[in-house]
Ligand binder design. Sequence first.
Ligand SMILES: Nc1nc2c(ncn2[C@@H]2O[C@H](COP(=O)(O)OP(=O)(O)OP(=O)(O)O)[C@@H](O)[C@H]2O)c(=O)[nH]1
Ligand SMILES: [Zn+2]
Length: 211
Amino acid sequence: MTAPHQHLTGLALAPLHDAGDQGRDIDQGALVRAARDLLSALGADVDAEGLRETPRRVAEALTELLTPQPFRATTFANDDGYDQLIVARRIPFHSLCMHHMLPFHGVAHIGYLPGGRILGLSKLARVVELYARDLQTQERLTTQIAGWLQRELEPVGIGVVLEAEHMCMTLRGVQKSGSTTVTSALYGLVRDDARTRQEFLALATSSCPDR
Ligand SMILES: Nc1nc2c(ncn2[C@@H]2O[C@H](COP(=O)(O)OP(=O)(O)OP(=O)(O)O)[C@@H](O)[C@H]2O)c(=O)[nH]1
Ligand SMILES: [Zn+2]
C-alpha cells in the first residue's frame, strides 16, 4: 500500500507526523523562576513594585505564545468536482524564532488543488496558528503547514508561501528593518504543472500590492 504522503511529488521528505502540533510540556513553576532569574541577571530589582509580577506575566505570555490550539480538520466531500485552485491569501501570523526567541511575523498564502474532499476554509488559518505557536524557523513552519494539508486532505497539489519580517534581523544584529523573507512549499501538481504553479504563485504574490 502506498503511504498517503507519497501521493504528491516532493512531499516524501516532509515528516508524516510532527510532535509540534501536540504542544509541549511547560513547567510553569520553573518558567516563573527562570523569568525571575533572567530579570535578576539583567540587573533589575525583581522586588520593585512594577517588576514583582513580571516573572508570572512573562511565563504566561510565553505559555500563550507556545501553546497550539487543537482543532478538528472539517472536510466536505467534493461532490461538485471542483478542480481549480483554492487559495487563502494574506493570513496573518506571528511566531517565535528558535534562535533568538524573538518574534517573526507576516502573512501566509495557502492553496490547494482538491481531490475527493475540500477543507473548511477557516482551517487554512487554523493550521498556520497551530504550527506558529512553537519555537520555529520560517522554513520549518512552511513545511509543517504543507505536511498537515497533505495528511488531512490528500489533495492533488499544495502551495504554501510565507512572507515574514524577523525581529532578530530588524531590531538587533544586522538591523535591516523592513526586509522580509519569503519561503515556499509547493507539492504535487502545484509544483509540477507549470500552469498551475504559475497561477498559484501569481495569486500568492498579487495579494501583496501594498507591500
Ligand atoms: N534559516 C533561518 N534562519 C533564521 C530564522 N530566524 C532567524 N534565523 C537566523 O539564525 C541565525 C543565527 O545565527 P548566529 O550567528 O548563531 O546568531 P547571531 O550571532 O545572533 O547572528 P546575527 O543575527 O547575524 O547577529 C541568524 O542568521 C538569524 O538570522 C529562520 O526562520 N530561518
Ligand atoms: Zn532569530
